[in-house]
Ligand binder design. Structure first.
Ligand code: TXA
Ligand code: MG
Length: 335
């Protein structure tokens, strides 16, 4: 535990610490220290119009960071914190512009990971943390992934093993009359509805075309991309098997290294030389936990063409498909 103390002291001094959360690894800095926050953007190569999430360990910390907090915010916090829910709130003046990219709102969440909570508590400061990857790369779900991207650029990485959830938190705008999901994640729309009733999905999540100005600035960037070209294929099972087999066959004839990422139950239907199971078709949480690691493994193995079976957009499947569709850019095939 003395190492955790050391990392907490470093955070307090304005240094960067990568740490595990239940979703993905975060790259933390004191959220109230503008210089510390700027060094996050520098280490990641992150565009500075993309605001950060502030992580807290105790509900009381919320009162310092936000103003005009609605009763529904407290209700959601009681139900889902610690956990993969980020709420957008009106910011208090203490939060610097560097943290919120100049917005008058602030994103706050309480992570469900014992190391993260202890680190935040010991540092005594709220911790601004984006995912601890280089901007544009898949989010890290293992400490090794953080090392791959940021080795030599940051002083501390705390290894907490594999992240349980595997995709980033749900981002929910609580400043609008009806709350809006800006990014789907570990807490599903169904779970939120059960607690506060009506919620909406942001336009950028329901429209096929890119929205000019998404309300969550981070959603406009091509994220989560492995180096290989990603194609998502959905439709009838037999149609998907046939389409993917035809295409991997042609690619492999042309000398391309291909991989198929598919449900456990379907792997025997494919002919490609690399077939990677993402988990059971009946348990989308398995795909969530594995997808970013699979993308990184594809890079390590020099895969040039990646074909993924669509995951049903139910429960956390909505978040998984959001990340996969982003990785695919426009290459979404319906057969
Ligand atoms: O699970 C997670 O949320 C992880 C772990 C480390 O907590 N963090 C994470 O942070 O995914 P990041 O920076 O990769 O994504 C934050 C998202 C971005 O899409 C950003 O634009 C959005 O939250 N966001 C942050 N502050 C916002 C604000 N005030 N208004 C709207 N969107 C905001
Ligand atoms: Mg990120």
């Amino acid at each position: 535990m003395s190492q955790l103390n050391e990392a907490a002291q470093a955070l307090k001094r304005g240094e960067l610490v990568a740490f595990p959360t239940e979703t993905v690894y975060g790259l933390g800095a004191d959220a109230l220290n503008p210089e510390a926050v700027c060094s996050i953007f520098k280490a990641k190569g992150r565009p500075n119009d993309n605001p950060l999430i502030v992580h807290i360990a105790r509900l009381e910390a919320l009162e310092n960071l936000a103003v005009n907090i609605k009763p529904d915010v407290k209700k959601l916090a009681e139900n889902f914190w610690p956990g993969p829910l980020t709420m957008i709130l009106h910011k208090a003046s203490i939060v610097p512009d560097e943290t919120t990219a100049g917005l008058d709102t602030v994103a706050v969440r309480m992570p469900d990971n014992a190391i993260a909570l202890e680190l935040i508590l010991k540092s005594g400061v709220p911790v601004a943390a984006p995912s601890a990857n280089l901007s544009g790369k898949p989010s890290p779900t293992l400490a090794e992934h953080v090392l791959e991207d940021l080795n030599g650029k940051i002083p501390y990485i705390i290894d907490g093993g594999a992240c349980r959830v595997g995709v980033e938190s749900t981002v929910l705008d609580m400043t609008t009359e009806i709350p809006v999901i800006l990014r789907p994640g570990g807490v599903t729309p169904e779970m939120l509805q059960q607690v506060i009733g009506k919620i909406m999905l942001d336009r950028s999540l329901t429209e096929r075309q890119m929205v000019d100005k998404p309300r969550s600035p981070g959603m406009k960037y091509t994220h989560y991309k492995p180096k290989g070209e990603v194609t998502v294929v959905s439709g009838s099972e037999s149609g998907v098997f046939q389409w993917i087999n035809t295409n991997t066959g042609m690619d492999e004839k042309a000398g391309k290294k291909t991989a198929v990422i598919a449900a456990n139950e379907h792997i025997s239907f494919y002919n490609a030389s690399n077939i990677i199971p993402y988990g059971s078709i009946y348990a989308p949480e398995q795909a969530a936990a594995s997808i970013f690691r699979i993308f990184r493994d594809c890079d390590i193995n020099g895969i040039e063409k990646i074909y993924i079976e669509a995951v049903p957009k139910k429960g956390i499947g909505l978040a998984v498909m959001n990340r996969i569709e982003k990785a695919a850019g426009g290459r979404i095939i319906r057969v």
